[in-house]
Design a binder for this molecule. Structure first.
Ligand code: FPP
Length: 238
């Protein structure tokens, strides 16, 4: 019997393929990102029916600054638009929003909107939506280690006591469970610096669908396949 028949509690998604989707339609890349944002709304709403309590999405990586200035600023304005346009519904629908990633590099207006959205949804608990924005797994671990070194220097952390749980407590994701299932759309089979520490024992779904075509039915198929898998976490099943 699979151990996963209840479906994944925490799904993390690498939303890839917006650019190719737009190019295939002869449109600019930002057109694909806008279509991608609409999918985000649909997929967040699909979570309760699929029993998904935690959804973490990769919106902008620490490497995405290498894109053209027009695409980066277009994405930043899309994030502001999403927060402004969705705030009311997210509050009403019981979604608690959190952001992970290195905030200081983002612009002040966006940071303020992110802080506000976290505050106004802090009492919600139906779905926990985490948006990774200026996020990189290696960057997150480096920042955590820096913080630990500071605490050790201050004398508030004893280096001899440091173990996996200690590091987990210093990560951006400290309050989240590890992802059960990581989905990447668009046919690429790599994790691109997403949740490196947290996904050590996650199941993976690499699917060909481009993110703007990722409907709630495709999402349901991914969670249903997960439910047939047998997770052993390194142990032998008796
Ligand atoms: C990757 O596709 C996608 C991104 C870097 C941006 C993800 C952003 C969204 C889905 C927009 C909305 C998000 C929120 C939270 C409102 P790509 O552009 O790399 O696609 P390609 O590989 O086909 O070029």
């Amino acid at each position: 019997m699979p151990d996963t028949e209840t479906g994944p509690n925490h799904v993390a998604i690498i939303m890839d393929g917006n650019g190719r989707w737009a190019q295939m339609k002869g449109k600019p890349r930002l057109f694909g990102h806008h279509a991608g944002a609409k999918r985000v709304k649909e997929i967040v709403r699909a979570c309760p029916d699929l029993g998904v309590k935690y959804l973490t999405i990769f919106a902008f990586s620490t490497e995405n600054w290498k894109r053209t200035q027009a695409e980066v600023s277009g994405l930043m304005s899309l994030f502001r638009r999403y927060i402004k346009g969705e705030m009311k519904d997210l509050i009403q629908e019981g979604v608690r929003v959190r952001f992970i990633g290195d905030r200081p590099r983002l612009d002040d207006k966006l940071i303020k909107m992110m802080d506000d959205l976290e505050k106004v949804t802090a009492q919600n608990e139906k779905v926990h939506l985490t948006i990774a924005l200026n996020y990189g797994g290696r960057d997150e671990v480096s920042r955590a280690v820096k913080e630990m070194a500071r605490d050790a220097a201050l004398g508030t952390l004893d280096p001899e006591t440091v173990d996996e749980t200690t590091l987990t407590r210093y990560l951006d994701t400290r309050v989240l469970p590890d992802p059960d299932l990581v989905i990447r759309t668009s046919g690429e089979a790599r994790i691109s610096n997403f949740l490196l520490w947290q996904s050590a024992y996650s199941e993976y779904e690499f699917i060909d669908t481009l993110w703007p075509d990722f409907t709630k039915d495709v999402f349901a198929e991914c969670t249903a396949r997960y439910a047939t898998r047998d997770r052993r976490f390194g142990a032998v099943k008796v």
